[in-house]
Each structure stands twice: as structure tokens, then as C-alpha cells.
Design a protein around this ligand. Sequence first.
Ligand code: CAA
Length: 384
Amino acid sequence: MNIGIDKIGFYVPPFVLDMEDLAVARQVEPAKYTIGIGQSKMAVAPITQDIVSMAANAASMILTQEDKEAIDMVLFGTETGIDQSKSAAVYMQSLLGLSNRIRCVELKHACYGATAALQLAKAHVALNPEAKVLVIASDVAKYGLQSGGEPTQGAGAVAILVAKDPHVLTIDQETSLFSDDVMDFWRPNDCPYPCVDGKFSNEQYMRFFAEVWQDYRDRFNSQLSDFAAVCFHLPYSKMGLKAFKPFLAEEEEELSARLLERYQISTQYNRQIGNVYTGSLFVGFVSLLENCQELTANDKIGFFSYGSGAVGEFFTGHLVEDYEKYLYTDNHQALLANRKPLSVKEYEQIFMDMVDESTSDQDFSDRQDASLVTLRGIKDQKRI
Ligand code: CAA
């Protein structure tokens, strides 16, 4: 049975910061951010958008009433959870009007959570062919003002509908995994921002890619020439390239140039959004599908998912005939184009404006945010 991605769409919050402005404010050469790190813009989530509202906005774009009736599971990948107990997934049941007879679970393994969700969703559909699963990747990536990770922040959500006979991508059975207990990026319960060993995290990312790609290549007798493109987890748009380059260098020039060009296309949206943690790999895939005119049905796509802590997975899929008819290109491009540019001062103000659920009730209903779903406030420590 063919199982995979039937629909895929993302949401980004309505504010954006230009990386050149941030560089000037931080007294850094702008080229460090735009070329060295490879980011042009950074999505900024206002107080009216959290992982739940962003996820509901992404899912609302792709789901029809028929899909909603067929969904029997919601798997929500995030590493910026809003609750230690209640699952972010169960908010989808009410916000999207899904059946009560469903399973809703939140999954965590840093940026890998949504890939775990995707594989679990596939296994569920294999056992329940009529079922559809809603997979969510939603995160607000924050490292703190003037921190080393500041230029690699971002925010957004991706919604993926997993079903049999999918319209976009069939996911292959072959996969390669590698887990190792390392401290490259983590967030203890009392920390508002992650602790990160930046350089070490880059090294681990590259090590894990080498581990899973070489294992995949050897076990499944595969080579880079089998692939039309490879998508990477993109904490910033240069990261995947650092890991990919040594392997591209071993290839013939024409193949290497083609994969490199498609890598750049897959980073087009991420360059304008920044890190979406669990969602970054899938924003990259959407960017590839919506901006590369040369892909065709049955093309093989590779995916490298990385979650700090750490786990890597290399999995693959094949594009489905007419996949281009099932994309949301206009919606995505309008979302990106219609964001309000912020000054660095406004961005810093939004940053200081973080939700504090431990204090008194808060009301955000007078804040401007035209998104379909917004966080209206907090009452009795409950999000509205
Ligand atoms: N013009 C062009 N390039 C320039 C430049 C200039 N004027 N100045 C510097 N650069 C280049 C540097 O040469 C460097 O390039 P290379 O990496 O190719 O050598 C690049 O810009 C970045 O410079 P630095 O390494 O000096 O930057 P930094 O010390 O400020 O740290 C960072 C960068 C480690 C990514 C930091 O932003 C960070 O810690 N980010 C968060 C952690 C992260 O994203 N890790 C990624 C792997 S972990 C992961 O993937 C999980 C996840 O999502 C977090």
C-alpha cells in the first residue's frame, strides 16, 4: 500500500524582521547573517500566536470537511510546548472541529518530533487504511536577545495530512536512524530559552548526517544519483549544505551542481522564515516543490531530519503524479509577502512581551492579528 503525504501546508506569523537590520543593531557585518548563516529574514511570532494557534492556522488551510471526518489521530511535534501535561494536539480537536473519537498526542525529540510523528502516522495508516492522520510541526524558536543563536530564530507551523494513496509523496519503507546521547542543545524546565553549544551542535548535525546517509547508502545499495533532490532540517539555510558538501564533492560535477541548485531552492522559504525547529525540514520540502519547475512524478526525494540531543534519520519518498495540483503555493507566497516588517525596537518589544501564565489574567483581544486563529488571552492560567 502506498502511504505518505496527501497534503502539506505551512503558516507563518504576520511579523518579520530583516536580518540586515538586526546585524546593524548588533554591530555585526550583515554578510555574516545573510551569507555566512544564510538568512535574509526572520519570522517573529507576536503574543497572539503560539504553537497551538499557528498549528490550527496551518491545518485550516489544507483540511476539507471530508478530511476532518476521516482523521482519527493528531500527532503534534514540538519542542516549544506550552504545557507540561496537556497535549497541544488536543486543542486541534476543538479548533478544527474534529471528531471526539480520536487520539491526540504531543511528541518531543527536539527538531525531530514531527519526523517521528510522520513515521508513526504512516504505520497507523498501514494498519488502518481508511484512517487519515494529521501531523503537526509547530515551534517558536527563541534563543534570547543578543544571544549567539539570535540570528537563527524563527517561528511557524506545518500541517501534513498522512493517508493511503497520497497526492504529494509516497514515503518509502527504507530508512536509516542514528541516536546518541549528546548535549548540543537542550532546555531544562526552568529555562525560557534553550541552552546551546553552537559549534558543537553544528558538528553533531554533520556527524549524524554522515552516519545516516552512509548507512542508508550501504544497506540499500543507494547513491546520490538516485535522488532528484535532498531536503535537510534547516536551523539556518547554510547548515544542510555544510553537511552535504563533503558528499557532493565526491560526485560528478553535473550531478553535484543539480543537487546543489535544488538544495538552494529548498532553502528559499526558510531563508525568509528562520528556524521552525520541528517544521524546518518540511518547510524546505514545500519550498522545493513550489519553486522547482524541473521535478516530475516518481522523482526520489531524500530527507535528513535532525533532533538535538540527538537523533538523525534519513528517509526517502517518491513524488506522485500531478503532485503540483495539490500545493498551496499562492497561500504560502501571500503569507510571506504580506507580513508586517518590524524595526529592531519593535521586535525587541514583542520579545519582552512574552506570555507569563504564572501571573494574572491577560487579554490580547485588542492586538491586531488578522489570522484565522489567534491567542485571545489567558484566564485562570487557561489559554483562550
Ligand atoms: N561575511 C560572510 N560570512 C561570514 C562573515 C562575513 N562578514 N562573518 C562570518 N561569516 C561566516 C563564518 O565564517 C561562518 O561560516 P562557516 O560556518 O561556513 O564557517 C558563519 O558566518 C557563522 O559564523 P560563526 O560560526 O562565527 O557564527 P557564530 O559563532 O555567531 O555561531 C551558530 C553561529 C553556531 C549557528 C549560532 O547562531 C547558534 O548557536 N545557533 C543556534 C544553534 C544551531 O542552530 N545549531 C545548528 C545545528 S543544531 C540543530 O540543527 C538543531 C536546531 O535546530 C537548533
